[in-house]
Design a protein around this ligand. Sequence first.
Ligand SMILES: Cc1cc2nc3c(=O)[nH]c(=O)nc-3n(C[C@H](O)[C@H](O)[C@H](O)COP(=O)(O)OP(=O)(O)OC[C@H]3O[C@@H](n4cnc5c(N)ncnc54)[C@H](O)[C@@H]3O)c2cc1C
Ligand code: SF4
Length: 479
Amino acid sequence: MQDKMLKFVKVGMETPTKRNTEVRTKDFKEIYNKFIHEKAKIQSSRCSQCGVPFCQVHCPLHNNIPDWLKLTAEGRLKEASELAHSTNNMPEICGSICPQDRLCEGNCVIEKAGHGTVTIGSVEKYITDTAWTKGWIKPIKISKELNQSIGIIGSGPAGLTSAEELRKLGYQITIYDRYDRPGGLLIYGIPNFKLDKFAVQRRTNLLKESNIKFKQKFEVGKDITLHELRKKHDALLIATGVYKPREVDLPGSNLKNIFPAMKFLTASNRKGLGDKVEDFDNGTLNSENKNVIVVGGGDTGMDCVRTAVRQNAKSVKCLYRRDRENMPGSAREVFNAEEEGVQFVWLSNPKKFIGSSKISSVLVEKIKLGEPDSSGRKKPEPIPNSEFEIKTDMVIKALGFDPENLPQLFNSTDLSVSELGTIKVNLKTMETSIPGVFAAGDIVRGASLVVWAIKDGRDAASSIQKYLENKREKNIKAA
Ligand SMILES: Cc1cc2nc3c(=O)[nH]c(=O)nc-3n(C[C@H](O)[C@H](O)[C@H](O)COP(=O)(O)OP(=O)(O)OC[C@H]3O[C@@H](n4cnc5c(N)ncnc54)[C@H](O)[C@@H]3O)c2cc1C
Ligand code: SF4
C-alpha cells in the first residue's frame, strides 16, 4: 500500500482514497434529486427576505428570487410560477443546470453567514415543474398578428428565447437549425443525467403550438447564404453558438480512439434519445469497460468524465494542467465527479499520444504553477524530465470551443467579427455590422452559460422589436 501511495504521489495524482479509486457503477448522486413539496416549502421559508438580495443581483436575469421564494413558502405556486416566468423563459432548465454556486446561491446571505444556501435552483425547478404538471403553462395567445417576419438562425436557448419573446408581440417567426432537433446544446451538449431532454422538448413543443415555425436540418451557409435569408425576412437573428473544438497538436494526435468532447457527448445524448448511433453501437464511442482519459478541466470535461462513468468505463482520469484551486470547472461538478470515482491528475499536461494504430497510452509531463498571466491565473510551466505514462483505451479532448469562421461560412464578408471570431455587435442594440441582422448568445460572448444565452435572447428580442416598429412607422409615413 505504501508503495502504491508513493507511486500516486510521484505521478501527481491525489493520494488514493476509498472515495476516488473506484468507478461507481450505480447509486449516482445526481445534482438535483426529486424535490418534494415539503422540501421546497422548507427551503423557501429559509430565505430571510434580507432586503439586500445579492442572489438577485448575481442572477444574470435578475430573477425576483426573494418574492418567488416567499410565494412558495406560502403555497402560492401559480403566482410563484408566473413571477419566475416574467424574467426567465426556461426557469426549470436554469434551475437544473445553472452553476448556482457561482451565481445566485453562491451569493445568498445565509450561505455567506455560514448556514448553507437556500437551494434557489431546486425551488425554481420545483415551481416550474409543478406549473407544467398542473397545466398552467400554455401556448402563446396573440391578440394581434403582425405581418413582419423574423428569421432566427439557431434553436439553442438564445434563439428559442428570442423567438418566444417576439412571438408574444405577434411577429411571424421561423427558426432555422442545422441539427435534426431543436434545442442546440441543451439537447446534444449537456448530458441527460444533468438535464432531462423531455424538459427541453416540452418547451420547443410549446413554441410550435404557438405557431413558431421550425426548419430543422437547414444550414445557413450551405442551404442558403446569409444575404439570401435576409431578403426573406424583415429582420434576422444569428444565434449559432460556438462549435469549433480547440485542438491539442501533439505527436500521435491522429491515432484512433481520440475524440473531441462534442462527438462523444452527442453520441451519448443521441442514444439517450433513442437514436441509432452506429459509432456508439459498434463500441467506438462507447467507453464501457475502457480506461478513459479526459483532457481538460472545464465543465465540458466534467460532463465527459461523468458520462464515461455512467457508461461503465473501467477507469476515468482527468488530466488538468493547473491545480484544483485554479480549475475553471464548477467546484460542485468536480466534487460530484470525485464522488463517482473519477481520478484527477492535477498539474499535468499530455505531451504525446502513444500507440500503433489505436491510442494505448499518453505521455504526460508534470507542471508547476508560475507567476500569474494576463488573465490573473498562475501560468502553468512544464517541469523538465518529469514525464510519465498512463495507459488508456480512449482519450476525450475537452479543451473548449471557438466560433466557426462565420463570414466565410455565411459568404458574408460584411459581417464583422472580433479577433476571436465572435460576432461584433452594438452592445446597446445587439445589431451586427449588417443592418437588420442581430446576434445573441455564445456566438457573441464566446462559450458561456444557458442563463446568459437567455438574457441575450431577451435583450435581442427587445431591440428587434424597436427596429421593426421603427420600420413600420417609416412605412406608414412614406405611404
Ligand atoms: C458539453 C457542454 C455542457 C454544458 N453545460 C452547461 C451547464 O451545465 N450549464 C450552463 O448554463 N451551460 C452549459 N453549457 C453552455 C451552454 O450550453 C451554452 O452557453 C448555450 O447553449 C449557448 O446557447 P446558444 O443559443 O448561444 O447556442 P447553442 O445552444 O450552441 O445553439 C446554437 C444552435 O445553432 C445551430 N447552428 C449553428 N450553426 C448553424 C448554421 N450555420 N445554420 C443553422 N443552424 C446553425 C446549432 O445547430 C445549434 O442548435 C454547456 C456547454 C457544453 C458544450
Ligand atoms: S436563473 Fe440561474 S442564477 Fe438565476 S436564480 Fe435561477 S438558477 Fe439562480
